[in-house]
Structures are given as structure tokens and as C-alpha cells.
Ligand binder design. Structure first.
Ligand code: HEC
Length: 135
């Protein structure tokens, strides 16, 4: 193997290691997800499936209304309002998916949920939030 190639490989592996926030779930395909749109259509069925997931895992911090006014919200970082048009970590479906799946580094006050919530249910929650925002 040529030396340049070896250096290139080491660099790639190094960057990959830094970019995956936690090792428990294995690295999530960041670039793949960025190019992906919501594979679950916004339908009544999806919204209905997303509601109990949101109420169980998210409402304690983000509030029943999604405005970030849940009782368990940390004082260090306020839980985000999820039904306004402002997104600190990107507002496309794919970016919101990534935030929910991987959490927000470096503090992870917004934890990573992939592993505890299925991929499909994360998309369902995103659809539920869209429906909530439209009300
Ligand atoms: C322990 C409290 C807590 C729970 C539970 C929680 N979050 Fe969060 N969430 C936060 C905090 C705090 C932030 C802000 C993080 C930051 O910007 O540094 C956040 C940010 C977010 C963002 C980014 C918003 C933006 O403006 O880009 C999304 C999306 C989100 N949460 C969705 C969810 C979903 C969906 C769930 C349930 C699966 C959930 N959160 C559960 C605390 C929580």
C-alpha cells in the first residue's frame, strides 16, 4: 500500500470516530440521512402512531403542546420549542431526524433516542409534531 493511501485511511477512520457521538448504537449514517427525506408519509395513521411516542418520551421536557414547557426541562439548556419555525439544529425532516436519533452534542441534554425508539417511530413523531404545529 502506498504511504499516502494509508494516511488517507487513518484520517478517514479518525474523523469517523470523532463524528459518532456514542458508540453504543454504532455510528449512524450521517451523510446518508442528510440526503434522505421523510420516508413515512404525513398521514393520520402516522400522526396517530407518533402521538403516544411523543407523550411518553418527549413531552416531559418539550411539553404537551410542544412549546418546550415541560416540567422536566433542564435549567442549563431549555428544551426547544418544537412547533415554531426556528430550528437550532436544522429544520428539514432529515435534520430533525438526526437530532432525535443522535441527540445534541456535547452535553446530550437532548439525548439520542435511536435504539430506544424505532426509526419508523422517529419519523412518526416528526409527523406528529408537524400536525401539532399546524393546529
Ligand atoms: C430531558 C429532556 C428532554 C427530553 C426527554 C427530550 N428532549 Fe429534545 N431537547 C431537549 C433540549 C434541552 C434541547 C435543546 C438542545 C440544544 O439545543 O442544545 C432539545 C432539542 C430538541 C430538538 C432540536 C430542536 C431545534 O431547534 O433544532 C428536537 C427536534 C427535539 N429535541 C426533539 C425531541 C423528541 C422528539 C424527543 C422525544 C423522543 C425529545 N426531544 C426528548 C431536551 C429533551
Amino acid at each position: 500500500m502506498r504511504p499516502q493511501l494509508i494516511i488517507g485511511l487513518v484520517t478517514l477512520l479518525g474523523v469517523g470516530g470523532v463524528m459518532s457521538p456514542r458508540t453504543t448504537n454504532g455510528p449512524v449514517g450521517v451523510t446518508v440521512l442528510a440526503a434522505q427525506d421523510n420516508p413515512v408519509a404525513l398521514s393520520e395513521e402516522s400522526v396517530t402512531a407518533g402521538r403516544p411516542v411523543y407523550l411518553r418520551f418527549c413531552a416531559s421536557c418539550h411539553g404537551f403542546s410542544g412549546r418546550g414547557d415541560g416540567v422536566a426541562g433542564s435549567t442549563a439548556t431549555a428544551p426547544a420549542n418544537l412547533i415554531d419555525d426556528e430550528w437550532s439544529h436544522g429544520g428539514s425532516d432529515a435534520e430533525i431526524y438526526k437530532t432525535i436519533a443522535e441527540g445534541v452534542p456535547p452535553d446530550y441534554e437532548m439525548e439520542e433516542w435511536l435504539g430506544r425508539i424505532s426509526e419508523e417511530d422517529i419519523w412518526n413523531v416528526i409527523n406528529y409534531l408537524k400536525d401539532l404545529a399546524a393546529q
